[in-house]
Design a protein around this ligand. Structure first.
Ligand code: MG
Length: 390
């Protein structure tokens, strides 16, 4: 019998992490979990340890470490711990961490020349150029598990590159698609956290509501597939059955259709692009004949426009966009700012940030990150009069 494929899973208690473990469980003859990491949910992590028996786990706070001491595996803490588990002997690293904290493990995994199954889009948004360079230099392989990017990745394998005119990412549009600008101003965090299609973590759910998630995904697509921003389009498709399309030069389209279920892109990545039977029930088109499409309203959801602008402007703008979005999202969830303040704050940060078109080293990424974080916090302290355009 051939040896099992060893997997390190970062962010094991989140929605992608849990879906990954369910894929691994179905193919337990093929996969072995060597390490897991989570931020807070140590109760669930404990259950995962009992079931999957990893050699090591990493948590983010030393208080939580005590809770796991007698579980028979090594317990590591914080960034250093994360680095250690990414450096363990493994064939595949699944990065399902939310936010910029995912950058360091993305780079470390690529440096080890492993397969990186990447759900953490922020690491590409912040350092797409560096990520691509690492893939090349260390002979690593990056397979996206963001559903839209997995769709486009799979579609692009079917055609000649010169035949592709545009990439089209679909977006559900989030819970506030039909609200007016005035109504948007008043939405509460609880309402933003109710996504109509996907059950996900808080940050990405707010990002979906502002459409910043799609903005980050446009940037992600640029670095993953090497298409310029004028060739990456976004289409609102509330039913979320089509995840991505490619538009061809002969005016035809190829669409990727599946249930909105992350186990498909995860299984595709873990099995190194080999499809598995029985991942999900059969898809029956006659049960959901209705599919609608329309263009995004960037007047109502300016976050998407800001992402396109950042992409055009250069590497530093993409870091500033991602960082100020993280800070503004948390402030909204803490009721410190309104929903419509999120893009307004980001726009101010983008106006002022220290511009640098090309960034090739991680230290410079963190420098701009620190600047953008501090500046966003400073703006938040001053209050809405600073960013309000009305
Ligand atoms: Mg996505």
């Amino acid at each position: 019998m051939s040896e099992k494929r060893k997997i390190v899973l970062l962010g094991s208690t989140g929605s992608i992490g849990r879906a990954t473990l369910s894929v691994i469980e179905r193919q337990s003859h093929k996969f072995e979990v060597v390490a897991l990491s989570c931020k807070e949910n140590v109760r669930l992590l404990k259950k995962q340890i009992e079931k999957f028996k990893p050699k090591a786990v990493c948590v983010f706070d030393s208080q939580k470490e005590k809770f796991l001491r007698n579980e028979g595996c090594k317990v590591l803490v914080g960034d250093q711990g994360l680095k250690e588990i990414v450096q363990m002997e493994a064939n595949i690293v699944v990065n399902a961490l939310p936010g910029s904290v995912g950058l360091m493990p993305t780079i470390e995994a690529l440096k080890r020349g492993t397969i990186l199954a990447l759900a953490n889009k922020e690491s590409i948004v912040m350092a797409g150029r560096i990520v691509n360079e690492c893939v090349r230099k260390y002979g690593a392989k990056l397979i996206p598990i963001d559903s839209e990017h997995s769709a486009i990745y799979q579609l692009l394998k079917k055609v000649r590159r010169r035949e592709v005119k545009n990439l089209i990412l679909t977006a559900s549009g989030g819970p506030f698609l039909d609200l007016s600008k005035d109504e948007l101003r008043k939405v509460k965090p609880e309402e933003a956290l109710k996504h109509p299609i996907w059950k996900m973590g808080k940050k990405i759910t707010v990002d979906s509501a502002t459409l910043m998630n799609k903005g980050l995904e446009v940037i992600e697509a640029r670095w993953l597939f090497g298409f310029g921003e004028d060739r990456i389009k976004v289409l609102i498709h509330p039913e979320s059955f089509i995840h991505g399309l490619i538009e061809l030069i002969d005016s035809s389209l190829i669409a990727y259709v599946s249930y909105p279920d992350m186990r498909i892109p995860i299984s595709y990545a873990l099995n190194e692009e080999e499809r598995q039977a029985g991942t999900l029930p059969e898809i029956k088109l006659n049960t959901f004949m209705k599919m609608t499409f329309f263009p995004p309203d960037t007047e109502k959801f300016p976050a998407l426009r800001l992402a396109y602008e950042a992409l055009k402007e250069g590497d530093s703008a993409q870091i500033a966009l991602n960082t100020s979005n993280e800070v503004a999202c948390s402030a909204f969830l803490e009721n410190r700012i309104s929903f419509t303040d999120i893009p307004a704050v980001i726009e101010k940060v983008l106006e002022r940030h220290p511009r640098k078109k090309v960034i090739r080293d991680v230290d410079s990424v963190w420098e701009i990150y620190s600047w953008a974080k501090a500046y966003t916090e400073e703006l938040l302290k001053k209050g809405s009069k600073v960013w309000s355009t009305v």
